[in-house]
Design a protein around this ligand. Structure first.
Ligand code: AMP
Length: 289
Protein backbone atom coordinates (compact mmCIF):
# COMPACT_ATOMS: atom_id res chain seq x y z
CA UNK A 1 0.00 0.00 0.00
CA UNK A 2 1.43 3.35 -0.95
CA UNK A 3 0.31 6.93 -1.34
CA UNK A 4 0.39 9.19 -4.42
CA UNK A 5 3.21 11.72 -4.39
CA UNK A 6 3.12 15.34 -5.47
CA UNK A 7 6.51 16.94 -6.01
CA UNK A 8 5.77 20.46 -7.17
CA UNK A 9 3.79 23.41 -5.91
CA UNK A 10 1.84 23.62 -9.17
CA UNK A 11 0.88 19.95 -8.95
CA UNK A 12 -0.30 20.01 -5.33
CA UNK A 13 -2.31 23.17 -6.01
CA UNK A 14 -4.01 21.45 -8.96
CA UNK A 15 -4.82 18.34 -6.91
CA UNK A 16 -6.25 20.40 -4.07
CA UNK A 17 -8.32 22.46 -6.52
CA UNK A 18 -9.79 19.27 -8.05
CA UNK A 19 -10.69 17.88 -4.63
CA UNK A 20 -12.33 21.14 -3.63
CA UNK A 21 -14.32 21.10 -6.87
CA UNK A 22 -15.47 17.62 -5.81
CA UNK A 23 -16.72 19.13 -2.57
CA UNK A 24 -14.04 17.72 -0.28
CA UNK A 25 -12.64 19.62 2.69
CA UNK A 26 -8.86 19.77 2.85
CA UNK A 27 -6.49 18.97 5.74
CA UNK A 28 -2.75 19.56 5.93
CA UNK A 29 -0.39 17.55 8.17
CA UNK A 30 3.08 19.12 7.96
CA UNK A 31 5.96 16.72 8.74
CA UNK A 32 9.65 16.22 8.15
CA UNK A 33 9.18 12.54 7.35
CA UNK A 34 10.69 9.54 9.17
CA UNK A 35 7.08 8.98 10.08
CA UNK A 36 6.06 7.03 13.19
CA UNK A 37 2.81 6.31 15.00
CA UNK A 38 2.69 9.88 16.34
CA UNK A 39 2.57 11.27 12.81
CA UNK A 40 0.08 8.57 11.83
CA UNK A 41 -2.25 9.66 14.63
CA UNK A 42 -2.28 13.17 13.12
CA UNK A 43 -3.07 11.77 9.66
CA UNK A 44 -5.92 9.68 11.09
CA UNK A 45 -7.30 12.63 13.04
CA UNK A 46 -7.16 14.70 9.84
CA UNK A 47 -8.91 11.97 7.85
CA UNK A 48 -11.70 11.84 10.44
CA UNK A 49 -12.47 15.49 9.81
CA UNK A 50 -11.57 16.06 6.16
CA UNK A 51 -12.15 14.27 2.86
CA UNK A 52 -8.75 15.15 1.35
CA UNK A 53 -5.66 14.87 3.54
CA UNK A 54 -2.33 16.26 2.36
CA UNK A 55 0.78 15.15 4.30
CA UNK A 56 3.75 17.36 3.55
CA UNK A 57 7.13 15.64 3.92
CA UNK A 58 9.89 18.20 3.82
CA UNK A 59 13.06 18.35 5.87
CA UNK A 60 13.10 22.12 6.09
CA UNK A 61 16.68 23.40 5.96
CA UNK A 62 15.87 26.83 7.38
CA UNK A 63 14.79 25.49 10.78
CA UNK A 64 18.13 23.77 11.43
CA UNK A 65 20.97 25.77 12.95
CA UNK A 66 24.67 25.39 12.11
CA UNK A 67 25.94 22.14 13.62
CA UNK A 68 22.44 20.66 13.91
CA UNK A 69 21.40 17.42 12.23
CA UNK A 70 19.96 18.66 8.88
CA UNK A 71 22.26 16.51 6.73
CA UNK A 72 21.84 13.40 8.85
CA UNK A 73 18.14 13.82 9.71
CA UNK A 74 16.51 10.39 9.14
CA UNK A 75 14.90 10.03 5.73
CA UNK A 76 12.72 7.01 4.87
CA UNK A 77 10.49 7.97 1.92
CA UNK A 78 9.15 4.49 1.05
CA UNK A 79 8.12 3.69 4.60
CA UNK A 80 6.68 7.22 4.91
CA UNK A 81 4.42 6.69 1.93
CA UNK A 82 3.14 3.45 3.47
CA UNK A 83 2.41 5.29 6.71
CA UNK A 84 0.58 8.02 4.78
CA UNK A 85 -1.56 5.40 3.04
CA UNK A 86 -2.29 3.54 6.30
CA UNK A 87 -3.41 6.78 7.92
CA UNK A 88 -5.71 7.63 5.02
CA UNK A 89 -3.78 10.45 3.33
CA UNK A 90 -4.80 11.30 -0.24
CA UNK A 91 -1.39 12.62 -1.27
CA UNK A 92 2.10 13.21 0.08
CA UNK A 93 3.53 16.59 -0.89
CA UNK A 94 7.31 16.13 -1.15
CA UNK A 95 8.86 19.28 -2.62
CA UNK A 96 12.56 19.75 -3.25
CA UNK A 97 14.31 22.49 -1.23
CA UNK A 98 14.81 24.43 -4.50
CA UNK A 99 11.06 24.35 -5.13
CA UNK A 100 10.43 25.94 -1.73
CA UNK A 101 13.42 28.29 -1.54
CA UNK A 102 14.49 29.29 -5.06
CA UNK A 103 14.56 32.22 -5.02
CA UNK A 104 15.39 32.24 -1.30
CA UNK A 105 12.66 33.63 0.93
CA UNK A 106 13.57 37.17 1.98
CA UNK A 107 10.40 37.22 4.02
CA UNK A 108 10.58 35.80 7.53
CA UNK A 109 7.58 35.04 9.70
CA UNK A 110 8.16 35.12 13.43
CA UNK A 111 6.28 35.34 16.69
CA UNK A 112 9.03 36.85 18.82
CA UNK A 113 7.28 36.97 22.17
CA UNK A 114 6.63 33.21 22.08
CA UNK A 115 9.92 32.23 20.45
CA UNK A 116 12.41 33.74 22.87
CA UNK A 117 12.04 31.06 25.54
CA UNK A 118 12.33 27.26 25.86
CA UNK A 119 13.59 25.68 22.60
CA UNK A 120 13.61 29.05 20.84
CA UNK A 121 16.17 30.43 23.30
CA UNK A 122 18.49 27.48 22.62
CA UNK A 123 17.95 27.21 18.85
CA UNK A 124 18.29 30.73 17.41
CA UNK A 125 16.28 31.11 14.20
CA UNK A 126 14.55 27.75 14.59
CA UNK A 127 11.00 29.01 15.01
CA UNK A 128 11.47 31.65 12.31
CA UNK A 129 12.31 28.75 9.99
CA UNK A 130 9.28 26.77 11.21
CA UNK A 131 6.85 29.70 10.97
CA UNK A 132 8.05 30.72 7.53
CA UNK A 133 7.84 27.24 6.02
CA UNK A 134 4.45 26.53 7.62
CA UNK A 135 3.11 29.88 6.36
CA UNK A 136 4.33 28.91 2.88
CA UNK A 137 2.68 25.48 3.19
CA UNK A 138 -0.56 27.11 4.37
CA UNK A 139 -0.52 29.35 1.29
CA UNK A 140 0.42 26.53 -1.08
CA UNK A 141 -2.14 23.98 0.14
CA UNK A 142 -4.76 26.37 1.58
CA UNK A 143 -6.20 23.76 3.93
CA UNK A 144 -9.36 24.10 6.00
CA UNK A 145 -7.65 22.40 8.93
CA UNK A 146 -3.98 21.93 9.85
CA UNK A 147 -2.85 19.27 12.32
CA UNK A 148 0.08 19.47 14.74
CA UNK A 149 1.25 17.41 17.73
CA UNK A 150 1.32 18.52 21.36
CA UNK A 151 4.70 16.76 21.54
CA UNK A 152 6.17 19.98 20.10
CA UNK A 153 4.19 22.17 22.47
CA UNK A 154 5.99 25.46 21.87
CA UNK A 155 5.78 24.95 18.11
CA UNK A 156 2.03 24.26 18.24
CA UNK A 157 1.47 27.30 20.46
CA UNK A 158 3.46 29.56 18.12
CA UNK A 159 1.79 28.25 14.96
CA UNK A 160 -1.69 28.61 16.38
CA UNK A 161 -0.87 32.20 17.25
CA UNK A 162 0.67 32.84 13.82
CA UNK A 163 -2.40 31.45 12.04
CA UNK A 164 -4.68 33.69 14.10
CA UNK A 165 -2.54 36.82 13.90
CA UNK A 166 -2.16 36.52 10.11
CA UNK A 167 -5.83 35.59 9.56
CA UNK A 168 -5.11 32.34 7.79
CA UNK A 169 -8.61 31.00 7.07
CA UNK A 170 -8.02 27.66 8.72
CA UNK A 171 -8.33 25.87 12.05
CA UNK A 172 -5.20 24.69 13.82
CA UNK A 173 -5.84 21.34 15.53
CA UNK A 174 -3.38 20.10 18.17
CA UNK A 175 -3.40 16.34 18.82
CA UNK A 176 -2.13 14.53 21.94
CA UNK A 177 1.41 13.17 22.22
CA UNK A 178 1.68 9.51 21.18
CA UNK A 179 4.03 7.51 23.42
CA UNK A 180 5.73 4.14 23.34
CA UNK A 181 4.15 1.70 25.80
CA UNK A 182 6.80 2.55 28.39
CA UNK A 183 6.03 6.28 28.15
CA UNK A 184 8.78 7.59 25.87
CA UNK A 185 7.32 10.21 23.52
CA UNK A 186 7.67 9.00 19.94
CA UNK A 187 10.12 11.03 17.90
CA UNK A 188 11.99 10.62 14.63
CA UNK A 189 15.15 11.38 16.62
CA UNK A 190 14.63 8.42 18.99
CA UNK A 191 16.41 6.33 16.36
CA UNK A 192 19.63 8.14 17.29
CA UNK A 193 19.52 6.50 20.75
CA UNK A 194 21.67 3.50 21.67
CA UNK A 195 20.08 0.79 23.85
CA UNK A 196 21.46 2.31 27.03
CA UNK A 197 20.42 5.83 26.05
CA UNK A 198 16.93 4.57 25.14
CA UNK A 199 16.55 3.23 28.70
CA UNK A 200 17.73 6.54 30.17
CA UNK A 201 15.37 8.51 27.90
CA UNK A 202 12.43 7.19 29.94
CA UNK A 203 13.49 9.61 32.66
CA UNK A 204 11.98 12.53 30.71
CA UNK A 205 8.44 11.22 30.93
CA UNK A 206 9.02 9.95 34.48
CA UNK A 207 10.13 13.42 35.56
CA UNK A 208 6.97 14.94 34.07
CA UNK A 209 4.85 12.41 35.95
CA UNK A 210 6.79 13.30 39.09
CA UNK A 211 5.95 16.98 38.54
CA UNK A 212 2.28 16.08 38.23
CA UNK A 213 2.38 14.00 41.42
CA UNK A 214 4.12 16.71 43.42
CA UNK A 215 1.65 19.36 42.25
CA UNK A 216 -1.19 16.97 43.08
CA UNK A 217 0.19 16.55 46.58
CA UNK A 218 0.04 20.31 47.07
CA UNK A 219 3.51 21.49 46.06
CA UNK A 220 3.01 25.00 44.68
CA UNK A 221 6.59 26.06 44.10
CA UNK A 222 7.68 25.71 40.48
CA UNK A 223 11.30 26.04 41.61
CA UNK A 224 11.05 23.05 43.95
CA UNK A 225 9.29 20.93 41.32
CA UNK A 226 11.98 21.75 38.75
CA UNK A 227 14.62 20.84 41.35
CA UNK A 228 12.94 17.47 42.00
CA UNK A 229 12.82 16.83 38.23
CA UNK A 230 16.53 17.68 37.93
CA UNK A 231 17.36 15.23 40.72
CA UNK A 232 15.26 12.51 39.09
CA UNK A 233 17.01 13.05 35.75
CA UNK A 234 20.45 13.04 37.37
CA UNK A 235 19.64 9.66 38.94
CA UNK A 236 17.85 7.98 36.05
CA UNK A 237 19.59 9.56 33.04
CA UNK A 238 23.16 10.15 34.20
CA UNK A 239 24.36 10.63 30.61
CA UNK A 240 21.66 13.23 29.91
CA UNK A 241 22.51 16.92 29.65
CA UNK A 242 19.56 19.07 30.60
CA UNK A 243 18.96 21.92 28.14
CA UNK A 244 16.07 23.28 30.17
CA UNK A 245 13.24 22.37 32.49
CA UNK A 246 10.58 25.07 32.71
CA UNK A 247 7.10 25.50 34.07
CA UNK A 248 5.17 28.05 32.06
CA UNK A 249 1.78 29.54 31.36
CA UNK A 250 0.18 27.32 28.67
CA UNK A 251 -0.67 30.27 26.38
CA UNK A 252 1.92 33.01 26.95
CA UNK A 253 4.77 30.55 27.70
CA UNK A 254 5.88 32.95 30.45
CA UNK A 255 7.58 31.31 33.43
CA UNK A 256 5.31 30.59 36.39
CA UNK A 257 6.57 30.74 40.00
CA UNK A 258 3.50 29.54 41.86
CA UNK A 259 1.35 26.71 40.57
CA UNK A 260 -2.12 28.02 41.31
CA UNK A 261 -3.62 27.28 37.85
CA UNK A 262 -3.00 24.87 34.98
CA UNK A 263 0.60 25.08 33.79
CA UNK A 264 2.71 23.43 31.12
CA UNK A 265 5.87 21.63 32.21
CA UNK A 266 8.45 21.29 29.45
CA UNK A 267 11.95 19.91 29.21
CA UNK A 268 14.71 19.29 26.69
CA UNK A 269 17.54 16.86 27.36
CA UNK A 270 20.49 15.89 25.22
CA UNK A 271 21.35 12.18 25.23
CA UNK A 272 24.21 11.35 22.92
CA UNK A 273 23.31 12.60 19.44
CA UNK A 274 19.66 13.07 20.30
CA UNK A 275 18.07 16.19 21.72
CA UNK A 276 14.81 14.99 23.24
CA UNK A 277 11.86 17.14 24.24
CA UNK A 278 8.70 16.34 26.14
CA UNK A 279 5.99 18.19 28.03
CA UNK A 280 2.84 17.75 30.06
CA UNK A 281 -0.07 19.86 31.30
CA UNK A 282 -0.17 19.94 35.09
CA UNK A 283 -3.26 21.14 36.83
CA UNK A 284 -2.85 21.23 40.59
CA UNK A 285 -6.56 20.60 40.97
CA UNK A 286 -6.46 17.61 38.58
CA UNK A 287 -3.03 16.05 38.99
CA UNK A 288 -3.55 13.02 36.74
CA UNK A 289 -4.15 14.86 33.47
P1 AMP B 1 8.16 16.42 12.71
O1 AMP B 1 8.17 15.45 11.57
O2 AMP B 1 9.02 15.99 13.86
O3 AMP B 1 8.40 17.83 12.27
O4 AMP B 1 6.70 16.40 13.28
C1 AMP B 1 5.58 16.64 12.45
C2 AMP B 1 4.34 16.77 13.31
O5 AMP B 1 4.15 15.56 14.04
C3 AMP B 1 4.47 17.89 14.35
O6 AMP B 1 3.24 18.58 14.44
C4 AMP B 1 4.79 17.14 15.61
O7 AMP B 1 4.36 17.80 16.78
C5 AMP B 1 3.99 15.86 15.40
N1 AMP B 1 4.50 14.78 16.24
C6 AMP B 1 5.79 14.37 16.34
N2 AMP B 1 5.92 13.40 17.28
C7 AMP B 1 4.67 13.21 17.78
C8 AMP B 1 4.13 12.35 18.78
N3 AMP B 1 4.90 11.50 19.47
N4 AMP B 1 2.81 12.44 19.06
C9 AMP B 1 2.01 13.31 18.37
N5 AMP B 1 2.46 14.14 17.41
C10 AMP B 1 3.78 14.09 17.12
Amino acid sequence: MTCPVSETIADIRARVARSRADGLSVALVPTMGALHAGHESLIRAARERCGFVVVSIFVNPTQFGPGEDYASYPRSPEADLEACARGGAAVAFMPQPADMYDPPSLTVVSVPSLSGTLCGARRPGHFEGVCTVVAKLFNIVQPDLAFFGAKDYQQATILRRMAGDLNFPLEVVVCPTVRETDGLAMSSRNRYLSGGQRAQALALHESLLLAGRLAGQGERSARRIVQAMREHLARRAPDGQIDYIQIVDPDSLADVDTIDRPVQVLLAVRLGRARLIDNMRVDAARPDR
